[in-house]
Design a protein around this ligand. Structure first.
Ligand code: PLP
Ligand code: SF4
Length: 358
């Protein structure tokens, strides 16, 4: 007899993992060789739930465009790299990134419920679905014990909520036992791509390790379905604050109207808009990047229309471990023919290249 899986695990099992599998769901789509080449370079995956949000099976659809490989991913301008934020250089022990004095990020797994085409860690998601081992976790805990200045641990990935409840319990309780760690943040996109993962059992695990924040990643209003909202409510009702980090994506959400609608609906549902991120300089996502001026223009328009409670911080993670820079009109100190000059929090000038495609 076949085992009956929980709904979220069934969704993962039934995920669409190739263009051919996508074709059997949407027989009308046209698949070109360029898409196949992009798929070989950067694998695809999406849950049946996320696929059900596709209204038009072509790249004009915001969900389709976020998870289906396209030829433009093969573009490779010289400023793009596999590890633009130099995360490897800030990693004192495998899976732990320590870039800011008081916060660290732990890559708990490389698996995700959907592989976003714009992912900063495309290099991680294209490897196997490896989860953090016991030895690696112990090494992270040992590092944190000798760094009591770190009071905030971001459990990230991939998507940590792809791990089983048992594994999450082990990871979160090991971090929680470190006295100097006050806050645990979980970066997860399951509210968007696999909301049925937010089971009562998972909510209990998160609550048992409070204070835990969940930071999620809605990019477009169509993703805020009743199912996703109900899952977010299960978290907030249990005292787990939910915030959102949107990535600004060319032709997907790069207008003030879309971002305003998204932020307003997030706010109505107690999901605090936290960041609006400029797309990182990662190989395979050049076609999704906007010039910095697009985000600045959007922010200007939001200021007059939305409460400060619903306005995210527009930020860019600067190349070469320069860290995040909040993009206020005044953080832009110049424009060259190829890019924009920014001032980071250490007072250093950083050149941020504009996209090749205008
Ligand atoms: C973004 C990030 C953080 C958290 O930054 P906040 O601005 O506090 O959300 C921590 N570590 C790394 C490596 C990051 O990239
Ligand atoms: S969910 Fe996050 S880590 Fe996973 S592919 Fe999408 S952007 Fe990358």
């Amino acid at each position: 007899m076949e085992e009956i899986l929980p709904e979220w695990q069934q969704q993962i099992k039934d995920s669409i993992r190739s263009l051919d599998a996508l074709l059997s769901v949407f027989p009308e789509i046209q698949i070109h060789e360029g898409m196949r080449e992009a798929e070989r370079k950067f694998p695809m995956s999406l849950t049946p739930y996320y696929a059900s949000l596709i209204r038009r099976p072509d790249f004009s659809d915001p969900v389709f465009a976020q998870c289906v490989p396209q030829q433009a991913e093969l573009l490779s301008p010289k400023w793009l790299s596999e590890d633009p934020l130099a995360e490897r250089s800030c990693s004192p022990t495998p899976r732990l990134i320590h870039r800011y004095p008081d916060r660290v990020l732990i890559i708990a797994t490389s698996a995700c419920a959907a592989y976003c085409r714009h992912c900063t860690r495309k290099r991680v998601s294209s490897q196997c679905d490896a989860a953090i081992s016991d030895e690696e976790l112990e090494a992270c805990v040992a590092y944190l014990k000798t760094h009591p200045e770190v009071d905030d641990v971001l459990v990230s990935g991939g998507d940590p909520l792809m791990l089983t409840d048992n594994r999450l319990t082990t990871i979160l309780s090991s971090i929680r036992r470190i006295e100097s760690v006050k806050v645990i943040r979980i970066a997860s996109r399951v509210l968007v791509t696999l909301p049925m993962r937010i089971t009562p059992g998972l909510v209990d695990i998160l609550r048992a390790n409070a204070p835990v924040f969940v930071n999620t990643h809605f990019n477009h209003p169509v993703e805020l379905t009743p199912t996703a909202i109900a899952a977010a409510n299960r978290l907030t009702d249990a005292g787990i604050p939910v915030a959102n980090q949107t990535v600004l994506l060319r032709k997907i959400n790069d207008s003030a109207e879309i971002i305003e609608k998204l932020c307003r609906q997030l706010f109505h549902n107690r999901i605090r808009p936290y960041y609006l991120f400029q797309c990182d300089l990662v190989q395979g996502i050049e076609h999704l990047r906007t010039p910095l001026s697009t985000g600045i223009d959007i922010m200007r328009q939001l200021r007059g229309r939305l409460s400060g409670m619903a306005i995210p911080n527009f930020a860019v993670d600067t190349p070469g471990a320069g860290g995040k820079v909040e993009l206020l009109p005044e953080s832009i100190i110049g424009q060259t023919a190829t890019g924009t000059l920014l001032l980071n929090s250490r007072g250093e000038k950083v050149l941020y290249p504009d996209p090749e495609i205008k």
